[in-house]
Every structure is written in structure tokens, then in C-alpha cells.
Design a protein around this ligand. Structure first.
Ligand SMILES: Cc1cc2nc3c(=O)[nH]c(=O)nc-3n(C[C@H](O)[C@H](O)[C@H](O)COP(=O)(O)OP(=O)(O)OC[C@H]3O[C@@H](n4cnc5c(N)ncnc54)[C@H](O)[C@@H]3O)c2cc1C
Length: 513
């Protein structure tokens, strides 16, 4: 039986009051499904740059059904214990499964892991929170379905948590929150609502029609702490006849604006159906080589070394990648349209290649994850060859999909990360009407100076971005306390049912409170 060791307590709770709550939670889910003390290792942020234990939970509880979850919420409300929900807790780079308030109880939904429905005709699935992208992909194959689920780089994260965070993948369904259709939600007072057509028991179009009668509720539950989503409809896509990966390289740092501005019209007119990725050479190199193979001096890697790396690895300073889908004729025509700018513009060369045997997997347009849902290496390994304990954290910004904005953001981020001695390994994922700027900051978490530098740098980055009119898409978890001067107005009021008395995921996306 798990025993609460008292290593972290909820705010305001004494050992004895928490012990009573802990006993009640144990009664709900069984002792083997409550973790405390040493067995909480999985609920720490593996890439933390904060003081050890700053975000330590008091316990983790794993309900196996919606009824159990409601009972857990009732215990938390009765004892005024903050609950922090994770679906699979793989929010790496953004805080992992760790709560934002030390001493919270983590409600880990990974045991609610059923794929409830797959509809081949209407191309959707209804899933529970514990279903990962890899699980859903495997389930589809196991039942003989060829449907695609759009997969982020880390396929072990949950379909639901990622969509709620407005995460993204790399196919024509890459904007994951846009694929949500119908949710079942347990509110902070324990009552349940179903959004859209789900409001009517037995409605046949719950996962097909997003609307309902009157106001739509779904947006309330994205990046919010009003709820726990217990079921979600997710739209899947038909596998295309052909998928063609199109890559483009721009030689110089100054080529970013023309590269983005050349590709955007092809996104807007539907020639390119996936979001396109534009990454600098270090973003690519960090996934395939070790940093110290190129540079082991102080500070950020100098441009001259980056140029050498580009030449040796055959990379552009900027490297773009997207996918074209359709029948042979349609995909072929699209690839000719994409290749055309290379003749017209001196800044880039483009190349389109068919996926061998066109056995496409939804992750197949990732450079290192061809045909595999499990990338072997991530950018945190960039500093691996240099020893220490490699970690990474992500900084991202919402960006208009325009060259001028991309340049402004790249310069803003690069200046600040280099000031703190880190490499700027970054780029953009670009949809027709918005982009997300990404910077992957790798650091050695066994080095207190590097950890402190990351912690000091983030508020500066947020402030720089706010001053320029940009904001983070996920003001979350790990960056929640570093939001600097950024304040967004709340778009709605809470309902009495959602009024969580501070018990449900406090400090989650604090911009919204
Ligand atoms: C190397 C690397 C690459 C990455 N690549 C990508 C990428 O390509 N695309 C991308 O989008 N992300 C990416 N990420 C970020 C992150 O890993 C993913 O978003 C991941 O899918 C999140 O995992 P999860 O859903 O298990 O997280 P969880 O922690 O389970 O959930 C994420 C958040 O949603 C909330 N939440 C979870 N479940 C519920 C629920 N049922 N009800 C209400 N709220 C809930 C939680 O409070 C949490 O804050 C990457 C990270 C790393 C380190």
C-alpha cells in the first residue's frame, strides 16, 4: 500500500488533514493506484530548471473510470486539495506531469485508455484521455483500418491532452484542436457535460457536427482549468494515394522572409496541405549530431561553425519541409508547383521526393522518424557528447505567417538565447493563417549555472515578445510563472459549476484566471 511520506503537502494542509484526504483517495481507487513518496518520480518535470522539489506533488491518483474520477474530485473539494490533471503526463518541454502548485495531487488519467469508437465512414474516433497517439495508431492498424491520426513528434503523449493544449502534428490534420469534435467533460463540481450534439443522449452526429443549439462550449475547455475532459471525438483522415515530401533549403540567414512568403500562397491555395516546417540548421543538427562534434567553446555556437555544419551536413541555414497529398496526378501537379519557385527565386533550392513505396505513416514527413512513431532522438541530446545531464525546454510564440514577422521573431529569440550562452535552434511551423515560432533550448541540467540562466532567460523572452506584440501559444505550465508583462483579457466568465474554489489545477494557464 502506498503511504504518504509527507514530502510535499498541499498549501494549508497539515500532515493529519492530508492523511485523511489520502485515505479517502485510496478508498476510491485502491491502494495500488495511489502513489506517494518515492513512487512519484514520474510526476516530476524531467527537464526542470527550477529548484528541486519546487513543483513536487503530494500524491498521484489513477482513477479507472469516470465515476472514480468524480469521486476523486469530491474528495479534493471536500478537503480543499488542489488537483492537477494529466492524461499521459508527457508534456515534456512544458513542465511534464508536474503540477504548478507544490503539494497538488496529480489526477493521472492514463488508466482511462480505451478507444471507444472508430467510424471508418465518417473518419473519426472517440477516445479516452489515456489513449496516446501511438496507441490510437496501433489500434487503427489492429482493427484493419488505414485511417491516419496526426501525430506530434512525441507519439507517447495523449491525443486529448495534446489537442487541449492546441498541439500540432505534421499532416493535413496537423492543427490538433481543429480536429476535436464533441467532448465529455467532468466539471470542477463533479457534474458532467457533453458538448455539441452530445448534449442530446444518443445523438448520432456527436463526433461529426461541432455545433449545438446556442453557444458552443468547447473553447472553454481548451487550455483551461474548468474541467477534466473524459472523452473526446477526434477527426481522422483517409490515407492519400500518394504522399510527397517536399523540402527546400535557403542558404543564408537573411533568406527566411522570402522562403516563408514563397510558401504561404501555396498553403493558402491548398497546394500544400500540411503545415510546413522551417527550421534553422541547428534545429536539424541537434536531432542528428552532437554539439561538441562541431564546437566546444564558450557561449553560443559562432556563425562560422554553423556555416561549416551546413556544408558538411548539406543543410541550408533555413530548411523547409512539407507534404503534398492526393492521387498520383494531383500530388505530382502540386509538387511541380512547389518546385517552381526554385527556378524563379535565387534564395532556395527545392526538392520533392516520393516516400519509397509510398507506405506513408502519418509521421513520415519527420526527417528522422520515417515510418516510425518513435523518434530515436530529440534535441535534448544535442549536448549529450559534452557529458552532463541533457535537457531541453521549448519557447514558442504565435506568429502571423509572414516573412517580416518571422524575421522579427527569429532575431528577438536568437538575440536573447545567445545573450544567455545558448544556441538558437529554432524555426517555425506554419499554417495558412498563423505560424508558431519554436526555439528548442538545450541545456545541461546538472549544471546549476545553466539551469539558473534558463530560469532568468524565460521572463526576458516573454517580455521581449510582449513588447513586440507577440505572445506564447502555451503560456503553460513551466512558463506560467514567467509570463512577465503579458496579460490577456478573459474571454468569458466562469459558471458556478466551473467555479473551482482554487482546487482545480491552480496556476494552470494563469493568463486565463
Ligand atoms: C522533443 C519534443 C518534441 C515535441 N514535439 C511536439 C510536437 O511535435 N507537437 C506538439 O504539439 N507538442 C510537442 N511536444 C510537447 C509535448 O510533448 C506534447 O504536447 C505532448 O503530446 C503532451 O503530452 P500529454 O498529452 O501526455 O500531456 P499531459 O500532461 O497529459 O497534458 C498536457 C496538458 O493538458 C492538460 N490536460 C491533460 N489531460 C487533460 C484532460 N483530460 N482534461 C483537461 N486537461 C487536461 C494537463 O493539465 C496538461 O497541462 C514536444 C516535446 C518534446 C520534448
Amino acid at each position: 500500500m502506498a503511504v504518504h511520506t509527507g514530502s510535499a503537502l498541499p498549501p494549508g494542509a497539515s500532515d493529519s488533514t492530508f492523511a485523511r484526504a489520502f485515505t479517502a483517495l485510496t478508498r476510491v481507487v485502491g491502494a495500488e493506484n495511489v502513489h506517494a513518496g518515492d513512487s512519484l518520480a514520474d510526476y516530476q518535470d524531467p527537464y526542470s530548471f527550477s529548484e528541486p522539489g519546487a513543483y513536487a506533488p503530494s500524491a498521484a491518483v489513477l482513477p479507472a473510470s469516470v465515476d472514480e474520477l468524480q469521486a476523486v474530485i469530491a474528495v479534493a473539494n471536500e478537503h480543499q486539495i488542489p488537483l492537477w490533471t494529466v492524461s499521459r503526463g508527457r508534456n515534456f518541454g512544458y513542465g511534464g506531469a508536474a503540477p504548478r502548485v507544490r503539494g497538488s495531487v496529480v489526477a493521472d488519467l492514463s488508466r482511462l485508455n480505451r478507444v471507444l469508437t472508430v467510424d471508418e465512414d465518417a473518419c473519426y474516433a472517440l477516445v479516452e484521455p489515456g489513449v496516446s497517439f501511438a496507441d490510437l495508431h496501433q489500434h487503427l492498424r489492429d482493427i484493419g483500418s488505414a485511417l491516419w491520426v496526426s501525430v506530434p513528434e512525441l507519439s507517447r503523449g495523449s491525443v486529448i491532452g495534446n489537442a487541449l493544449e492546441r498541439g500540432f502534428g505534421y499532416t493535413n490534420a496537423g492543427d490538433h484542436s481543429a480536429q476535436i469534435c464533441g467532448m465529455e467533460v467532468v466539471l470542477a463540481d463533479g457534474r458532467m457535460v457533453r458538448t455539441g450534439m452530445g448534449a442530446m443522449t444518443g445523438n448520432a452526429a456527436w463526433q461529426m457536427y461541432k455545433g449545438g443549439y446556442g453557444p458552443s462550449l468547447d473553447g472553454l475547455f481548451l487550455q483551461s482549468n474548468y474541467d477534466t475532459v473524459t472523452k473526446m471525438g477526434v477527426w481522422l483522415t483517409l490515407p492519400p494515394d500518394r504522399a510527397i515530401v517536399c523540402t527546400a533549403k535557403a542558404r543564408n540567414e537573411g533568406d527566411l522572409a522570402p522562403l516563408i512568403d514563397t510558401l504561404r500562397p501555396l498553403l493558402l491555395d491548398g497546394t500544400i496541405q500540411s503545415n510546413f516546417m522551417v527550421g534553422n540548421a541547428l534545429a536539424t543538427a541537434s536531432m542528428i549530431t552532437d554539439r561538441n562534434q562541431w564546437y566546444d567553446g564558450p557561449g553560443a555556437m559562432p556563425d562560422s561553425v554553423v556555416r561549416t555544419l551546413c556544408d558538411k551536413l548539406d543543410l541550408g541555414w533555413w530548411n523547409a519541409r512539407c507534404a503534398l497529398y492526393g492521387t498520383e496526378e494531383l500530388a505530382g501537379h502540386a509538387s511541380m508547383r512547389c518546385a517552381a519557385p526554385s527556378a524563379a527565386s535565387p534564395v532556395w533550392s527545392s526538392r520533392c521526393g516520393r516516400i519509397p513505396g509510398h507506405q506513408c505513416h502519418p509521421t513520415c514527413i519527420r526527417p528522422i522518424a520515417v515510418s516510425s512513431a518513435f523518434p530515436a532522438r530529440t534535441s535534448s541530446a544535442w549536448r549529450l557528447g559534452g557529458g552532463g545531464d541533457p535537457a531541453h525546454t521549448d519557447f514558442s510564440l504565435v506568429c502571423p505567417p509572414k516573412g517580416a514577422d518571422a524575421v522579427r521573431q527569429a532575431q528577438l529569440i536568437r538575440r536573447r538565447v545567445e545573450e544567455y550562452g545558448f544556441d538558437y535552434a529554432g524555426g517555425f511551423t506554419t499554417f495558412p493563417r498563423h505560424g508558431i515560432a519554436l526555439a528548442l533550448v538545450s541545456f545541461d541540467k546538472s549544471d546549476p549555472e545553466q539551469k539558473a540562466a534558463v530560469g532568468q532567460m524565460f521572463p526576458q523572452l516573454v517580455a521581449d515578445a510582449a513588447a513586440a506584440g507577440y505572445v506564447l501559444p502555451r503560456a503553460c505550465d513551466v512558463h506560467g510563472s514567467h509570463r512577465g508583462p503579458v496579460r490577456l483579457g478573459r474571454s468569458c466568465g466562469t459558471t458556478s459549476a466551473a467555479d473551482n474554489q482554487g482546487c482545480r489545477r491552480p496556476q494552470r494557464h494563469p493568463l486565463a484566471r
